[in-house]
Design a binder for this molecule. Structure first.
Ligand code: NAD
Length: 498
């Protein structure tokens, strides 16, 4: 159901957009790229150009890594005590909160997501930054070891320059998840935002400067994956790398890091399952799962895209799903009625519609057919309707990540059968189990192979609880937990024989 009413952009955001081409941020300065070429970033809700951005080349990435290396060695950042670094990082979190309305509007415009969702993303950034900043004050940097005839301790140091490559679905939130532990631990960073959505990260550079974080500690090189991204992943000056995105590109990043022998974190795609038993409240469960799969227009790596429903409630579940999906308000980001915005690009729209076609060709039932959506006044926006498919677990839409609002329904009878279907997936990011029988829910969730298992909820992110994937969904320890902070500290054993 398309929503209609829209309002104008704020003058602060208009002013920011009109300052394009937006520049790289290296060593505390805003610079044009070496070849002065630019790329455009679009408003996916209108299909129109938002702003131009300088396109970082290999030479620019090289300059950014060298500058970050100097800052690691000379700026004093790495040597500060965590509470002193914390003053700068809390100041940055304060500034992000102060600029929340502008950042949220920029994020909504660039990604297409409704303003309320973008606002949550910005709030989550500052909460993540504060979480790791406070954690860094309370961990031990020197741990004595009881060893016979030796005086020994482990000392924890920051690594050096950490590279980060991010995707377009949660551009600002994911920068927070990525760089917060690295900075709190005393590392310096070089960030390559996604070319589809670089604007909020570029706005962040102003706040980094205003917070007084030493020049060169945070550097941003917007650019294309195959040039700037490739140059960053291969750079021999990095001490660590972190990549969030598709498994295909994740493999390339891991290869480069393997050659340079540096640790890498990969946060990759998913094909999350929701296993729904017969004792649930059908209406509430359908509503929660429809909300999960339409969040960010289905462009959520861990969302529930395979819904395994017990056969005794399957027909009621389908009826409720049909009626619930028909109420989803599709629209522009600043329409208060909008529940679901566009997908991020024409390429992503083609991908979603292409999967619907392939799934039908392979015999899937179109419970809700989906397809292109029209939003009044926005004929060139990249809008799709939610679709719901059903059928064999071997169908392409039941196996591959579509990255759109398209759940695939599967019927099961026995608990073991459901577990077997879920674990056939090559992904392993997040699954959920829905039942009032908590013994059963706990038993089943622990037998599902994934980094995250949720009970009677889906898409749960809490600071302090590790979030990461296994198999095709990632490696390297994940994010958001105390372990993540330790991942950004290298261990040194110091020993004196007695
Ligand atoms: P993508 O892999 O196409 O791009 C991600 C980033 O990699 C972009 O910045 C891109 O410019 C860069 N890149 C592309 N080619 C590159 C190369 N050859 N070398 C270096 N960098 C390169 O992914 P996407 O389409 O932006 O994002 C969608 C994917 O991200 C989905 O698979 C989704 O599940 C995944 N994702 C995972 C998580 C998680 O936490 N596990 C979170 C968000 C998104």
């Amino acid at each position: 159901m398309p929503a209609t009413q829209t309002s104008k952009r704020s003058s602060a955001v208009e002013a920011f957009l009109s300052e394009g081409p937006h520049r790289l941020f290296i060593g505390g300065k805003w610079l044009a790229s070496s070849k002065e070429q630019t790329f455009e970033t679009l408003d996916p809700g209108a299909g129109s150009v938002l702003s131009a951005v300088y396109d970082a080349e290999k030479e620019d990435v090289d300059q950014a890594v060298q500058t970050a290396t100097q800052a690691f060695r000379k700026s004093g950042w790495a040597q500060m005590t965590p509470n002193v670094r914390g003053v700068y990082l809390h100041r940055l979190a304060d500034l992000v909160e102060k600029h929340k309305p502008i950042l949220a509007e920029i994020e909504s415009l660039d990604v297409g997501k409704p303003l309320g969702q973008a606002t949550w993303d910005i709030e989550n950034f500052s909460a993540t930054l504060r979480y790791f900043t406070d954690l860094a004050v309370h961990i031990q940097y020197k741990t004595p070891i009881a060893a016979s005839k030796h005086e020994a301790r482990v000392v924890r140091h920051p690594y050096g320059v950490c590279g980060f490559i991010f995707p377009w679905n949660f551009p600002f939130l994911l920068v927070g998840w990525g760089i917060s532990p690295a900075l709190a631990a005393g590392n310096t960073v070089v960030i390559k935002p996604a070319e589809d959505t670089p604007l909020s990260t570029l706005y962040l550079t102003r706040l980094v400067k205003e917070a007084g974080i030493p020049d060169g500690v945070v550097n941003v090189v917007p650019g294309l994956g195959t040039t700037a991204g490739d140059a960053l992943a291969k750079h021999p000056g990095l001490s660590r790398m972190s990549f969030t995105g598709s498994p295909e590109v994740g493999r390339l990043i891991a290869e480069s890091c393997g050659r340079n022998l540096i640790p890498v974190k990969l946060e990759l795609g998913g094909k999350g399952a929701a296993v729904v038993f017969d004792d649930v409240d059908v209406d509430t469960t359908v509503d929660a799962l429809c909300g999960a799969v339409t969040l960010n227009t289905g462009q959520v790596c861990c969302t529930a895209t395979r819904w395994l429903v017990h056969e005794s409630i399957y027909d009621r579940f389908i009826d409720r799903t049909r009626s619930r999906m028909a109420t989803v308000q599709i629209g522009y980001w600043n329409d208060p009625q909008t529940q679901m915005g566009p997908v991020v690009s024409q390429k992503q729209k083609d991908r979603v519609l292409g999967y619907l076609q392939k799934a039908r060709q392979e015999g899937a039932d179109a419970v809700v057919p989906g397809g292109e959506a029209e939003v009044p006044g926005k004929p060139d926006g990249f809008y799709v309707k939610p679709a719901v498919l059903a059928g064999s677990p071997d169908n392409i839409a039941a196996r591959e990540e579509i990255f759109g609002p398209v759940p695939y329904l599967l019927k099961f009878k026995e608990e073991d059968e459901a577990i077997d279907i879920v674990n056939r997936s090559k992904y392993g990011l997040a699954n959920s189990v829905w039942s009032q029988n908590l013994d059963r829910a706990n038993r089943v969730v622990e037998s599902l192979v994934a980094g995250n298992g949720w009970i009677n909820a889906h898409n749960v992110f809490v600071h302090g609880i590790p979030y990461g994937g296994v198999n095709l969904s990632g490696l390297g320890g994940g994010v958001l937990s105390p372990e993540t902070l330790f991942d950004y500290l290298r261990n040194q054993s110091v020993v004196r024989p007695l």
